[in-house]
Design a protein around this ligand. Structure first.
Ligand code: SF4
Length: 463
């Protein structure tokens, strides 16, 4: 048995790194790194596990080093990401020097030219390219027979890539050690309770959008019986709120209905939030979801321009979207529409359409993100090949950073000013503000929304 430390390095900002994505929190929230949640189940059966999340604990460089030293780990599994890479290097290097622990990294930054990072970070022992398999156990034990989804620095200094095999189909997961995360102050703007858990019912995504990192993973699903065990554990821990972090909550109706049945049949109901593809949101599904405790659905609308949506294989019409959002209101489900601004192919006119649609949908919240060419995506590779963006490292964050490139049809400055216009037009409407006050339900929830809203508005800027 080894002492394994899950380490989220410190950052001055609320830096969220998980599921091969890294970003700065747009608001004041910071949710569980889902990679660590999943790994906690896989690792805890064989190893002694501890957690230092310096971001949520607001530890500085020295405070985080002290916390790591107190754990005295044999192995450290750490998160890093494109948005924090330059800050993470000096900290992790010091951690490696002081602890002499085996250092295993996870994050989006390893999805492109990882060998360059092995050259730069001479203390890096291995990289995990999938956090949902038991390959981590072999890396921790330094027993590399049959290892997959990893890159390892061998004893003789060679860096060896083991095969990437993303398994499809059924997926059984050791129930995560949710109690490890309970004492920390994670938050999620749509949670109706302070204490919540992050749960995955599936991994990967079959929709294969070319701008999305998740599309590189084969899609696999947990059996509902497997989920039952996790729900039981959450209930035992007194947790009544779930954030389903699946990139798409189910991809076929039958399974969604089965999970809803399982959730509806529990004597203590959960409240929950999930992401859902608009195509799946029919009246039967939405009613079942509402009855099963779903109070908030996040829909990836992406653009208010049907032509742009169809370029990115989102074939739903504005009419269909309006119907779905209206149905959600009918069933008492709050809605969040997420938009991507500045996708290649967009124009100023299409961004105007996005702002109009966000208001017309009457969604409860809207999230306006600047498109960034995420590491490991085919769209990024295409943009590099076409000379639109340079290869190599870039600070990129879809939430708060400015657009990093212009296209023939859209200047980066315009994208940024339209994103700020979208925020102002959506959130500063008197009708929106009145609705928010009326539906808050409690003073603490209203305070939470005001805090989030303020932080979002403060992330605006101008060029
Ligand atoms: S549907 Fe969402 S998660 Fe799936 S590939 Fe597209 S953007 Fe990614």
């Amino acid at each position: 048995m080894s002492k394994v430390l899950l380490l989220n390095p410190p950052n001055d900002l609320l830096c969220m790194r998980d599921y091969f994505c890294s970003k700065i929190s747009k608001g004041a929230h910071c949710y569980h790194p889902v990679d660590f949640v999943v790994l906690s189940g896989i690792l805890s059966a064989q190893h002694q596990l501890s957690l230092v999340d310096a971001v949520i604990e607001r530890l500085d460089f020295k405070g985080a080093l002290d916390a790591v030293r107190r754990c005295n780990p044999d192995v450290i599994i750490f998160l890093t990401g494109v948005v924090s890479f330059e800050d993470d290097g000096p900290f992790l290097s010091e951690v490696a020097r002081l602890t002499n622990a085996r250092m295993i990294g996870l994050g989006d930054v390893f999805l492109e030219s990882p060998e360059k990072i092995f050259d730069l970070w001479h203390w890096l022992d291995a990289v995990l390219l999938d956090f949902t398999t038991d390959d981590v156990l072999r890396l921790v034990a330094d027993q590399l027979q049959a290892t997959k989804n990893a890159i390892v620095r061998m004893g003789d200094g060679r860096v060896v890539s083991f095969p990437i095999v993303h398994e499809k189909g059924d997926w059984a997961l050791m129930t995560p050690l949710h109690e490890l995360f309970l004492s920390l102050n994670y938050s999620f703007p749509f949670s109706r309770r302070n204490k919540f858990a992050t749960v995955l019912t599936n991994f990967g995504c079959p929709y294969a959008c070319d701008y999305c990192t998740v599309s590189r993973f084969a899609y696999k699903e947990r059996a509902v019986e497997d989920l039952q065990l996790e729900f039981n554990k959450l209930q035992d821990l007194g947790i009544k709120e779930i954030f389903f972090k699946d990139q798409a909550f189910g991809t076929e109706r039958k399974r969604i209905l089965k999970i809803c049945d399982e959730l509806s049949n529990r004597n203590v109901p959960f409240g929950w939030t999930c992401f859902l593809r608009p195509e799946l949101a029919d009246p039967i599904i939405l009613e079942k979801m509402a009855l099963a405790g779903c109070h908030t659905i996040i829909f990836g609308v992406e653009s208010g321009d049907e032509v742009v949506r169809s370029i990115y294989r989102r074939e739903y019409t504005d009419r269909l979207l309006k119907d779905i959002f209206s149905l959600c209101r009918h069933f008492g489900i709050e809605t969040v529409a997420t938009f991507m601004m500045g996708l290649p192919g967009e124009t100023r006119t299409s961004l105007e359409k996005t702002i109009r649609l966000a208001k017309a949908l009457e969604c409860d919240y809207a999230s306006f993100n600047v498109f960034v060419p995420a590491y490991g995506t085919s769209l990024r590779r295409r943009l590099i090949a076409d000379g639109i963006i340079p290869g190599g490292f870039m600070f990129m964050d879809s939430g708060v950073s400015r657009p990093c490139f212009s296209t023939d049809s859209l200047n980066a400055d315009v994208v940024w000013s339209m994103r700020n216009k979208a925020l102002a037009e959506f959130y500063a409407r008197p009708s929106f503000l009145i609705k928010m006050i009326l539906k808050a339900g409690s003073f603490s929830r209203l305070l939470c929304h005001l805090k989030e809203g303020w932080a979002i508005m403060m992330s605006r800027g101008s060029i």
